[in-house]
Design a protein around this ligand. Structure first.
Ligand SMILES: [Fe+2]
Length: 184
């Protein structure tokens, strides 16, 4: 993990997004390297801080069986999701043009070791650990950092903006249920 952080911290100059993309495509991380960063919560998936600079944000998401995110955009930022452990379903939705049920446009499954690219012109998405009994861990890179996103109601298509937080910073607010949104 420290090698990856050094590589990401050293990126500078023009074409930074392309270099970030290249570095994340080379990533190979096993569960044993990141276990110490993981926080688990049966009542909601967790966002675990790894690094945040002016240029990028790196975090781990920890998914108990059956946990899933809200449907959300990425506020114009580029992102990548690498599956360290487990299998994640990514449901991609069309941006709602008229009020009504959200339209599913793609539904890929991301297996251990696979990488997904996230961008608003691809679509909105919702991630899920669909396993009944296996946990999942995903590594997320955003360029630039992703601090606010829009979340969407699956049935009405209405959206509202929310601020994202890390679990180590606000664990109590997640655990007492005062933050109900799960956005990744
Ligand atoms: Fe996302």
């Amino acid at each position: 993990m420290s090698k990856l952080l050094l590589k990401l911290d050293s990126i500078s100059g023009n074409n930074k997004v392309m270099v970030f993309a290249s570095r994340i495509h080379q990533v190979k991380i096993g569960k044993e390297e990141i276990e110490n960063y993981c926080i688990w919560n049966k009542s909601g998936l967790t966002r675990n801080y790894l690094r945040k600079t002016e240029e990028y944000e790196l975090l781990l998401l920890c998914w108990e069986p059956g946990q899933r995110s809200s449907i959300h955009d990425h506020n114009g930022q580029r992102g990548w999701c690498y599956v360290i452990e487990g299998t994640i379903r990514e449901e991609q939705f069309e941006f709602p043009k008229i009020p009504g049920k959200m339209k599913l446009i793609n539904n890929p499954f991301l297996k251990q070791g696979e990488l997904a690219h996230i961008r608003d012109d691809i679509g909105l998405h919702r991630l899920s650990n669909v396993s009944d009994d296996e946990r999942a861990i995903t590594l997320h890179l955003y360029v630039k950092p992703l601090e606010r996103v829009n979340v969407f109601n699956e049935f009405t298509g209405t959206m509202r903006e929310i601020t994202l937080e890390y679990d180590p910073i606000a664990p109590d607010s997640y655990r007492d249920g005062s933050i109900s949104e799960q956005v990744r």
